[in-house]
Ligand binder design. Sequence first.
Ligand code: ATP
Length: 256
Amino acid sequence: DGGEGVLRLAGVTVRFGGITAVDQVALDVPSGQVVGLIGPNGAGKTTLLDAVSGLRTPSRGRILLDGADVTARSASWLSRHGVRRTFQRHQAFGWLTVRQNVLVPLEWRTRGRGLLGDVLGLPHRRRETGALLERVDEVIELCGLSEVRDVNAATLPIGQLRLLEFARAIVDSPRLLLLDEPTSGLGRRETELLSEVLLGLVQRHELTVILVEHDIDFVMGLVDRVVCLVQGAVLADGTPAEIRRNPEVIAAYLGS
Ligand code: ATP
């Protein structure tokens, strides 16, 4: 049965030489669900996102997207099919403005690689079409970046760079959004803004989210479900309330 799951992981294992970073993970994520992925350092959270986003091919197991086997698909194929992610270290182009940075993923999809080169090579040429820029400005506004819209990314403080990373990931209306520690470097107000934007997106669209995060209050307040990974394997999977009182999760990660 393919079920209705946007994402299905079956026995996904990722090894680096002798290290098993992800160990036979099975997970079904239905459409529109927001899943928090927690666990101690080195638990395999980032590696699991890498596998789902096509940056690493699992050593074993299968990854299904809308019922189709995408285990061997490339990151660019998955990106074109609605899987978007952010990284712990932002990927913004420092020499482009905030607006140009947010435009890049849209250009990539709507106009192809050749034109992307134009954008990168000629950052100040006004060649963008109205519709794309409208979408870009809408997302910039949503992410609280309007005031720095025309500022080069390299000059932004870390909090705004993280928000820019997020803006770049959502501008193309992904179906599956993978966020790797999106609140790291954010202040309280920026974290609240991120929560609001994310919840708004999930409510208005059928956005499915997997969120890797160490800020437990942020995770627990935002997600439908929490999966706790320890040494590459799923230790617990439940609602935020269930996970908070799970003795194994407390012992392995949350503390008392
Ligand atoms: P953190 O919370 O610190 O970001 P994590 O849960 O995201 O940790 P991963 O970064 O996925 O954990 O790492 C899982 C395991 O895989 C660790 O033991 C790590 O050392 C190992 N690992 C990750 N990437 C590589 C790599 N490229 N080569 C070898 N080992 C790796």
